[in-house]
Design a protein around this ligand. Structure first.
Ligand code: AP5
Length: 224
């Protein structure tokens, strides 16, 4: 069976991180989340992290050249050779072009681009209630998916915190940036026949089941 190479596409708060956690466990894929990589760099105060902070705090995209270099290097690591799940990349047509060229040069191809979508108002509500655990980044929502003990991660017991860019003002700007710079990727991947759409307003379990069913069908078609 060929490798599973997936992209999770969608606006902030659509549930990319939530689904990524489920899918990487299902299929043993390398989970490559640009936001997580950039946040880790910020935490360590590396050159990349200090640069990224200037953009992330305003809800703007980090420049293409920087992000492309980081992700292409990450894709070359051992754990990504048998399949990957990109979460938050590509976010511009330029990033998508660079990814396509890189995959082609290694005779690899995308299995599917999984688009999660929902209306802006719901996304703002989700993001403003999101809480993330300090240790491993496990994701919760104060109303929609609360932890068993308030303020503590169910999985590792670490403290839950709010992300620096999750204020309502910054989220609204992230949505503007998404519609202007990332949404064109929907038509881009639709033209290439790789786009699959999922209703991000459904529960995480329902979205997950729908994605799994779609991937199973894709794999069956591949084997025919
Ligand atoms: P990044 O970290 O990628 O953030 P994002 O794309 O804005 O997405 P989020 O992490 O906010 O949302 P999500 O879709 O993962 O939702 P989640 O599952 O957490 O990027 C941050 C920044 O980094 C960018 O603004 C930019 O500056 C920079 N950056 C990153 N990539 C870049 C790139 N390629 N190029 C340039 N710059 C880049 O869910 C949200 C909440 O909703 C949670 O509380 C969750 O519990 C809840 N929830 C999830 N699914 C459901 C559901 N189905 N029903 C009910 N609740 C749900």
């Amino acid at each position: 069976m060929s490798e599973l190479n997936l992209i999770l596409l969608g606006p902030p708060g659509a549930g990319k991180g939530t689904q990524a956690a489920l899918l990487t466990e299902d299929f043993g894929l390398a989970h490559i989340a640009t936001g997580d990589i950039l946040r880790a760099a910020r935490e360590e105060q590396t050159e990349l992290g200090l640069l990224a902070k200037q953009y992330m705090d305003k809800g703007e995209l980090v420049p293409d050249t920087v992000v492309i270099a980081v992700i292409l290097e990450r894709l070359g690591e051992d754990d990504a050779r048998d399949g990957f799940l990109l979460d938050g990349f590509p976010r511009t047509i330029e990033q998508a072009g660079a990814l396509g060229t890189e995959l082609e040069s290694h005779e690899r191809r995308l299995t599917a681009v999984l688009l999660l979508d929902a209306a802006d108002d719901l996304l703002v509500k989700r993001i403003s209630g999101r809480r993330v655990c300090r240790k491993e980044g496990h994701v919760y929502h104060v109303d929609l998916d609360p932890p068993k003990h308030e303020g503590r991660c169910d999985i590792d017991g670490s403290e839950l915190e709010q992300r620096a860019d999750d204020s309502e003002e910054t989220v609204r700007n992230r949505l503007v940036v998404y519609h202007a710079q990332t949404e064109p990727l929907i038509a881009y991947y639709e033209e290439r026949g790789t786009l699959r759409r999922f209703d991000g307003t459904r529960s995480p379990t329902q979205v997950h089941a729908h994605i799994r069913a779609t991937l199973a069908t894709l794999r069956l078609e591949e084997d025919l």
